[in-house]
Ligand binder design. Structure first.
Ligand code: ZN
Ligand code: ZN
Length: 203
């Protein structure tokens, strides 16, 4: 998922115009990761390793924060993703250039013509902030490895949006539109396609 906002005009163009680079050069972003509510340390380690490996970004683990009451959506007893992003966005301060909120609770946003649609994650397109939830990653699998795969893939997907990537027509690319469904994530390689890598200036 993504949403457009004014930040895109400030940072999106320069990111997409970047020359190809290797990971030996400075990272394309420094991502601050903040747990919202209780979050397993083992999951944080997976996210840290996954973001570094796929995007070559630097990762900064921030202390956990309680879930903000302002994001609670009583009718469905879950949290609104865009309000969680509003909450974490101010955490982008040097050396961080992006922020990723991670949570175990169910999150939702307005999408696909539905006012409250459950999602795996949401990110500002060409912006600063994104959020992911493990809630849907746990659906219909007994495998902790598969939960990790879905969670890390979703993290890279949402950070990809903040770096200016839109949804990819290649359904095996992790930037494909999951539409909140884990089976869509399961069909991806867990990696960016060559086209998406090139757009980020990654080899
Ligand atoms: Zn998306
Ligand atoms: Zn792609």
């Amino acid at each position: 998922m993504h949403r457009r906002d004014f930040v895109r005009s400030l940072v999106g163009a320069s990111v997409l115009a970047a020359a190809p680079r290797s990971f030996a050069q400075s990272p394309i972003a420094t991502v601050a990761v903040v747990p919202l509510g209780p979050f397993p340390p083992a999951f944080l380690a997976e996210i840290d390793a996954g973001l570094r490996a796929e995007l070559g970004v630097a990762v900064l683990l921030l202390p956990p924060s309680p879930l903000p009451r302002a994001a609670w959506y009583p009718p469905r007893r879950r949290y609104r993703a865009e309000r969680l992003i509003d909450f974490v966005r101010p955490l982008v301060r040097p050396p961080a250039t992006r922020v990723l909120g991670v949570t175990e609770v169910d999150i939702s946003t307005t999408a696909h013509g539905v006012s409250d649609w459950g999602v795996l994650g949401l990110g500002d397109l060409g912006g600063l902030g994104c959020v992911i939830s493990t809630f849907r990653c746990r659906m219909n699998t007994p495998s902790e490895a598969q939960v990790h795969f879905r969670m890390v893939t979703t993290c890279i997907h949402e950070i990809g949006h903040t770096l200016g990537l839109e949804h990819c027509p290649d359904t095996t690319c992790l930037m494909t539109d999951a539409r909140g469904l884990v089976r869509t994530v399961d069909r991806t390689t867990g990696h960016l396609c060559a086209r998406c890598r090139a757009r980020l200036g990654l080899r």
